[in-house]
Design a protein around this ligand. Structure first.
Ligand code: ADP
Length: 591
């Protein structure tokens, strides 16, 4: 339904009340005027009759009825009034219009009866004689002995009506002017009442549009002024509260955005209420589009969906590791805790997720490492234990056996020593890098000198296998390195090259500068390494051929040490190998 404006509700009421009052006033005024006119005319007629009585009185003593009639006629001609003289028995003896002889007995006329009884009579009625409405006024005429006649004056009401109508027209004109005035004043008054309310309404709409800093003008009316003040106060408080809420939300957003952990709020219908950028990155989804969508839609992972279902079903906090495959495996450690509303009712669950992929991998590596170390140490220890027990508990017959046993024990002790030595080297590098204990000493060193020292250390082993070591490239190149560690890395690689090469072959060391980095390539023509081993070659204790490595006195830690040393320099080590043709290990050091 179309709503009416306030002004059009107030104005018609005002206007109608004013018009009704005006109509009632005019009605009363017209009535009073009618009465006044009637009275006034009756009084005039009475005066005329008094004059008539005075004129006809002398003619009663001589009973000159003729003269009376004449006087009536004369007076009637002078005025618009009809005069009649009636004897007490009702006979008409004079009339200004008609011949009295032909006129009825007037004794029963109402005004005549009243005049006879009370001295005065008045009546308004239709006159057949004159065919119009007339006002009759009759007065009694006495002499010393009593009533001698009744005089009557009559005036057509038309005269009265005409005068009345003229005045009524004026009143109507005045009334119209007053009505227009009343209309204009009503409209103005209605406007005056409705305008401040309209202004308040517009102001309220401004508030509703969020412009709470807007101030409503205070109207002059006391009640509306209080209303406007209350609305201003309300808007002010609302503004402050909204500001507080916005500030709190911004703080929360900042905290959530700066968190490494992913945070997701989920409602009881398993729809996402909100999540931070870290969570969106973990799920590889868009944060803005996630709100309102179900967990199943955003994260296609059954493990996580089940976790959410269980978290929503319980009232307690939960924790679990979940694997996501996006595209590599990511392990998330998820904590859930219920979200409650003001009344303590659970309305969802909050997930806090930490990417523990590296941590879990490290833990695994550490576990494997401990198992590997134990295994590596156990093998020589078992051998040593066996031979020592044989030496202690059994009689050894020949001197040769005795020496052989001791030789074997010595070999295993050396192996143990080599393992421990390599483990210590590894741990030293790790400590230097991870906790900066005795950090690396970088000095500008000539690569040729490092290679020279490394060759010197393994020259004997090369000579034993008649392997020649060929140095190529720009040996004068310099790099900022920890010389001792790089020397150890080159030595390990050279040692492997000699170890896994056939007798009489050539091992080459090539030094070059490529793309601003220093490259050292160690190439052998040995057994080479199958492709499937290359990815794990630099892991601790990883060997391609365990028996061969052990037989050659390898610990399985040599390449792991190389990798750690080169990484500590910010460089990288790679391998390129073809089984049966040889391998090239390349070290790239940034300058
Ligand atoms: P190890 O002490 O057993 O040599 P490393 O860590 O130095 O241990 O090497 C790991 C494994 O990589 C070796 O067991 C060997 O199988 C393989 N390997 C390393 N260098 C070479 C090479 N130059 N040619 C062939 N295989 C190699």
């Amino acid at each position: 339904m179309k709503k009416k404006r306030l002004v059009w509700q107030i104005f018609p009421a005002f206007f109608l009340i004013a018009l009704a009052s005006l109509a009632v006033a005019i009605w009363f005024a017209t009535n009073a005027l009618n009465l006044f006119f009637l009275k006034q005319t009756a009084r005039d007629l009475e005066d005329h009759l008094a004059l008539l009585q005075h004129q006809i009185r002398p003619h009663f003593s001589g009973v000159d009825l003729q003269r009376i009639d004449e006087i009536c006629r004369e007076n009637g001609q002078l005025t618009e009034t009809r005069f009649t003289v009636i004897l007490p028995d009702g006979r008409v003896v004079g009339d200004s219009r008609e011949n009295p002889v032909h006129m009825d007995n007037h004794a029963d006329r109402p005004e005549i009866r009243s005049a006879r009884a009370e001295g005065y009579g008045q009546s308004m009625r239709y006159s057949k004689t004159l065919d119009r409405n007339l006002l009759y006024v009759a007065t009694a005429m006495h002499d010393g002995e009593g009533l001698i006649a009744i005089t009557r004056a009559a005036l057509p009401v038309v005269f009265l009506d005409e005068q009345k109508r003229a005045i009524q027209w004026r009143m109507a004109g005045g009334g119209l002017v007053i009505a227009v005035l009343v209309g204009v004043i009503s409209l103005l008054a209605s406007r005056n009442i409705s305008r401040p309310i309209e202004e308040l309404r517009i102001g309220a709409e401004v508030f509703a549009n969020g412009e709470l800093a807007h101030k409503l003008a205070i109207p002059e009316t006391e009640e509306l002024a209080s209303l406007a003040e209350a609305m201003n106060k309300m808007a002010d408080q609302l503004d402050r509260r909204i500001q507080t809420v916005v500030d709190q939300r911004n703080e929360l957003e900042t905290v959530l955005a700066s968190m490494h952990e992913g945070v997701v709020a989920i409602d009881t219908a398993e729809a996402i209420i909100n999540m931070n950028q870290a969570a969106a990155d973990m799920f590889e989804s868009e944060r803005d589009k996630a709100a309102g969508r179900s967990v199943q839609e955003v994260v296609r992972n059954l493990e996580l969906q089940n976790f959410v279902r269980e978290a929503l079903a319980t009232d307690e906090a939960r924790e679990s590791d979940i694997s996501l495959f996006t595209p590599g495996e990511t392990i998330l450690n998820i904590h859930s805790s219920p979200i409650r509303d003001g009344s303590g009712q659970s309305i969802g669950t909050l997930l806090v997720m930490a990417d523990v992929t590296k941590l879990r991998r490290l833990e695994n590596m550490r576990r494997d490492f401990v198992a590997n170390v134990s295994h590596e140490i156990k093998t020589p220890l078992t051998a040593i234990k066996g031979y020592v027990e044989t030496l202690v508990h059994q009689e050894i017959d020949s001197e040769g056996d005795y020496e052989r046993f001791l030789g074997i024990i010595n070999k295993h002790v050396n192996r143990l020593d080599a393992i421990v030595e390599d483990l210590l080297s590894l741990s030293r590098i790790e400590r230097a890098v991870d906790i900066a204990e005795s950090p690396l000493e970088f000095t500008e060193t000539r690569i040729g000198d490092i290679i020279q020292t490394a060759i010197q250390v393994c020259q004997n082993r090369a000579d034993e296998k008649s392997i020649s070591i060929d140095r190529r490239g720009d040996l004068d190149l310099k790099a900022r390195v920890d010389a001792t560690l790089i020397e150890q890395a080159i030595l390990n690689l050279l040692d492997n090259a000699i170890k896994y090469s056939d007798n009489g072959s050539v091992v080459a060391i090539d030094v070059e500068r490529r793309n601003g980095a220093t490259g050292i390539h160690i190439t052998d023509h040995g057994c080479g390494i199958a492709k499937n081993h290359l990815a794990r070659l630099f892991e601790r204790f990883y060997r391609v051929d365990k028996a061969r490595s052990r037989q050659m006195g390898g610990t399985g830690l040599g390449l792991a040490i190389v990798k750690h040393i080169i990484q500590a320099h910010g460089g990288q080590v790679t391998v390129d190998s073809k089984p049966g043709r040889g391998s090239t290990f390349s070290v790239l050091l940034p300058s």
